[in-house]
Design a protein. Structure first.
Length: 217
């Protein structure tokens, strides 16, 4: 991949488990999936299916509408401390902050709007409730549906636009896209994986630590 020289900086941030303190999708699936979705999770965690396939198959077991799901989520999942500080820092520094998530766009958008951050740029899975269950699809930067690799696709796209990439994440699905970045902030599974691969990264507990580090970018 031939890249233009980076002249600007973009912060690509995961949502579930990174901006939030817990994974929203797992909470929803535990409460509403009409079937055993855990074997699918095991397949994903063992690398036998991509995260997009996991979400598509697991959420097909959910027949509740978005309003019901949002009412259930409300108050059960907290935004990780420091998000506003990170947003403010990016604004001051002229850094483009983009949320790219394998989660579902309707709850990503609703939770960020409740936090007063509904204007953040965000990309996640689109959903449509059918009688047979929830349909989940991922739309790439080119407007085309894609079966897997949403985060990596956006990371490559941002690089091709001439951005220097900074990555903030926590999960297994962040491992590949994070490796496109010049600087990585990591916790949980992502942190353990990068350390195992001996890839440099900065651990964080809350997002105020990321904000402080971004001040020095």
């Amino acid at each position: 991949m031939t890249l233009p020289q980076a002249t600007k900086t973009l912060v690509q941030c995961d949502f579930d488990g990174t901006i939030t303190e817990r994974d929203v999708s797992y909470l929803v699936l535990d409460a509403f999936a009409e079937g055993n979705w855990r074997p699918l999770l095991q397949e994903y965690e063992e690398g036998r299916i991509p995260v997009g396939e996991f979400n598509t198959k697991a959420f097909a077991m959910v027949k509740a509408d978005e309003a019901t799901l949002l009412k259930f989520i409300d108050g059960k999942i907290m935004i990780r401390p420091g998000l506003q500080e990170m947003v403010d820092c990016c604004d001051r520094k002229g850094l483009r902050l983009v949320v790219v998530s394998n989660g579902l766009l309707f709850y990503v958008k609703a939770m960020l709007e409740k936090a007063g951050l509904g204007k953040l740029e965000m990309y996640a899975a689109h959903t449509c409730l059918q009688p047979s269950g929830m349909e989940v699809c991922y739309i790439g930067h080119d407007g085309k549906q894609m079966p897997a690799g949403l985060k990596e696709s956006y990371s490559r796209h941002f690089l091709q636009q001439g951005y220097r990439l900074i990555y903030v994440g926590n999960g297994a699905s962040d491992v590949l896209p994070a490796q496109y970045a010049d600087k990585i902030f990591a916790r949980d599974t992502l942190l353990a994986s990068l350390r195992e691969k001996q890839i440099e990264c900065q651990p964080f507990d809350d997002l105020s630590e990321v904000a402080c580090a971004l001040e020095r970018v």
